[in-house]
Design a protein. Structure first.
Length: 378
């Protein structure tokens, strides 16, 4: 392999991985056969996994053995892409993602901590990811608004954030957010795990589809019940008031509601109001990542009498208390997460794509290979 001058760039990771097998020298054809067999046990990097499956490039540059070599490498890539769920999880950089909202810009309790900036075809995520272990699980933390709280809700690159979690190997996301309460029963410092959303945004991209590919995923139940229950269990474990179920109104912002809007949302039976979580939930569903929200109540929305008398100092004090409680709840929730995924989230996009494969532009295929390539043979 080392003597082939025109190896396509995408095949080079395969060659490097095969070299690491350190097989004894033997005739060319026997070596290839052994390498294919060995490929079942090779550990390819996550970056290489994301390039699978790929189509063989032009073969002429590889010389007379081109079809044979490319066939072998394609076989190796296919076998490398068929690891068990346990093997995939072992190779992933993280299995659980945490999105920290207003007030939660870091995650106490991490061990083996490292930072990583993840590149995506949709641009840069909000910040570098903090990777580490929490309660014995591999976790990736992202500050939604960036450290220093510098990104408006309408400016968030939701696609880049969710794509980056997928790229890291994350299967479940627990999203922590500050919200206003639309019901008397949801008091400041209470946590709510909503199971429904109402969309009141209008300036945001909330799908990976488009640019030549049409697809639809089911969203009737927008939250993963398994992750939401783990969050509720985490609240109970650490003694935080946590309520499972409810409706989250996602507004555009950055201004808060008018009183007329607030009363309208209350007439709809909504529970809390925020500015960020719906786009995350939609994109996570398309990316087949389980998703749930921990909505931290900071204050009552403007519908409530006496709302205007609440001081900034009181709100900041609640934010700090919520952030401290959120760190405890997240830690307990991570410990409560089951090891295996048995929910429908894991295959949400199986039948999503409606566009004929040969009609999808090559550039779009390249962008979405990580998300949908396994179903479309890319």
């Amino acid at each position: 392999f080392e003597n082939l001058q025109y190896i396509p760039r995408r095949l080079k990771p395969a060659i490097l991985a095969l070299k690491s097998a350190r097989l004894k020298p033997c005739p060319f054809k026997t070596t290839i056969i052994r390498l294919i067999s060995k490929a079942r046990t090779l550990h390819f990097s996550p970056k290489f996994q994301m390039q699978l499956p790929w189509r063989p490039p032009q073969a002429r540059a590889l010389g007379p053995h081109s079809p044979f070599i490319l066939g072998c490498l394609t076989t190796i890539s296919a076998r490398a892409g068929k690891r068990s769920a346990e093997e995939e999880r072992a190779l992933a950089q993280a299995e659980i993602g945490i999105i920290g909202g207003s007030g939660l810009y870091s995650m106490p309790g991490f061990t083996n901590v490292q930072e990583e900036r993840v590149q995506t075809p949709f641009g840069d995520p909000s910040d570098a990811f903090v990777l580490g272990e929490l309660e014995g699980r591999k976790v990736a933390f992202l500050a939604r608004h960036g450290r220093g709280h510098r990104i408006l809700p309408s400016e968030l690159n939701f696609r880049a954030n969710i794509y980056a979690f997928k790229k890291l190997g994350v299967e479940r996301i627990l999203s922590v957010s500050a919200v206003g309460s639309l019901k008397e029963e949801h008091k400041p410092t209470d946590f709510v795990m909503p199971d429904q959303f109402i969309d009141r945004t209008f300036h945001r991209i909330s799908t990976f589809f488009g640019e030549g590919i049409v697809g639809h995923v089911a969203f009737g139940d927008p939250v993963c019940a398994t992750v939401a229950k783990a969050a509720a269990q985490g609240c109970a474990t650490v003694g935080v008031v946590g309520k499972l179920g409810g409706t989250y109104v996602c507004m555009e912002g950055p201004q808060f509601s008018t009183k007329a809007e607030s009363h309208l949302y209350r007439s709809w039976g909504a529970d809390v109001i925020g500015m960020t979580n719906l786009q995350e939930a939609k994109l996570a569903r398309e990316a087949e990542i389980c998703y749930a929200t921990v909505a931290m109540v900071t204050d009552y929305d403007c519908w409530r009498e006496g709302h205007d008398s609440v001081t900034i100092e009181e709100i900041v004090a609640v934010l700090h208390k919520n952030a401290d409680n959120a760190a405890l709840v997240v830690k307990a929730a991570v410990a409560a997460m089951p090891a295996e995924r048995n929910c429908a989230c894991a295959s949400a996009a199986r039948y999503a794509v409606l566009t004929q494969p040969d009609a999808i532009p090559a550039a779009t295929k390249e962008k979405l290979r990580l998300l949908f390539g396994k179903y479309l043979g890319w």
